[in-house]
Design a protein around this ligand. Sequence first.
Ligand SMILES: Cc1cc2nc3c(=O)[nH]c(=O)nc-3n(C[C@H](O)[C@H](O)[C@H](O)COP(=O)(O)OP(=O)(O)OC[C@H]3O[C@@H](n4cnc5c(N)ncnc54)[C@H](O)[C@@H]3O)c2cc1C
Length: 455
Amino acid sequence: MTTAIWWIRRDLRLTDNRALQNALSEADQVIPFFILDSHLLNVEAPRRQNFLFHNLQLLSDQLKAKGCPLVVRRGDPLAELSRLVEESGAELICAEADYSTYAHKRDNLVESKLNLKLEEGLLIHPPWAAVKADGSPYTMFTPFYNTWLALPLPGNPLPAPTHLKPHIDLRSEPIPSATETAGFPAGEEAAQRHLENFLLLSLGDYHSQRDRVELAATSQLSPYLRFGILSPRYVYAHFRPFLDNPLTHEGASKWLRELGWREFYFNIMDAFPFVLRCAFRENMRDIPWRDCPQDLQAWQSGQTGFPLVDAGMRQLAQTGWMHNRARMVSASFLTKDLLINWQTGEAWFMQQLLDGDPASNNGGWQWTAGTGTDAAPFFRIFNPVTQSRKFDPQGSYIRTWLPELANVPDNFIHEPWKMPADLQTSLGVQIGADYPSPIVDHNLARRRALAAYKK
Ligand SMILES: Cc1cc2nc3c(=O)[nH]c(=O)nc-3n(C[C@H](O)[C@H](O)[C@H](O)COP(=O)(O)OP(=O)(O)OC[C@H]3O[C@@H](n4cnc5c(N)ncnc54)[C@H](O)[C@@H]3O)c2cc1C
């Protein structure tokens, strides 16, 4: 009887899981194994951890129903894997490849001591599949994307195994308790339904609606992709027919481009791991940032006085998710209007986001700060009022997340500080008391940012 360990990390699914399938094809029995890695659990991200544990619990239930219970242990990955190999006599460990600095270090160490086999699955195409003619990595999105698009289509996703052989009885620790995350039901089945609904109901209009912050026009699949509850190849296979349909082609092409951004940022992180520590652009590493805890706190708590920025930050604080447009506007506000280091914002988002992912988060922050690869030029600074008028024209998003502004009329909702005093009184909302006055003058702040960046 041969045994393999399926080491689960950020691939919490049975469908289209090459690591699991490889373990099944190489051994008679498979031990699904999750390590509560102290290094990762010490990271302050309670909402993301709750989502992880909830999904892990459902995966554990699925495995139990198939007669092959999940084994959970707490500690250092190499120590726990070595112990399990000894207890079970497993000859092989199969896992899905991951590309952060920590993941590389951890896996290299395990590989040097144990028989670890890594399978691709976190991306549609693995890093280094789309490279320049001379084999070097792209640093600009568009040429990367064009090469990436021309890669041969990924094969069909693998079905979930119908049968798993029970393994020997092994000690397992309980999965930390978790609660349902509003808006993001846990589990593979829920995630698959979420994808189908998006494809059928919203993909066709994605190109024209995706920037409208008040609409649920984007997929909101990012937390599921973050933890591999859906494999990107599964997503791609289900989405592909919509690309060929003339009615949905435009929306589908735009959506594929967004999946392409995800892949691009993984490529950047893998090829240039230093981006997780400093600006990609060398000449953007010494910007004279401001150290202003008061402004930072106002930004974090959605109290800057700029409604779109504050609505985004409160959506994040209350749900763990934020619309992409609001992410760009609030990130621009922190780095340009407040001139606070993008890394401070990156860390805050990592703490708060359900989909917090080192590659995409770092990419998003460096893009907005103008310090990254394919960065918008640093002098392009979002105007939070113009953005608000354009992407939340009736102010519905603002009113949802800033209830104190619920009664403010449309013509003042983007700049409530311009409301005459008597109108404020009649509406029962005093700007400066019930909702803050703007903490900066955007035009002055813009000039300050340009001067600092130029330096
Ligand atoms: C400052 C900042 C920080 C960000 N941090 C993260 C993060 O930690 N994790 C994360 O997954 N995304 C991050 N993004 C990218 C983007 O905002 C989210 O992926 C997107 O809002 C998720 O919503 P959705 O699933 O509805 O996306 P959709 O519009 O439906 O797009 C589909 C999928 O494509 C991927 N995607 C879309 N846009 C981007 C993008 N610009 N960069 C990379 N991938 C993208 C996501 O996986 C997303 O689920 C960040 C963007 C910015 C500007």
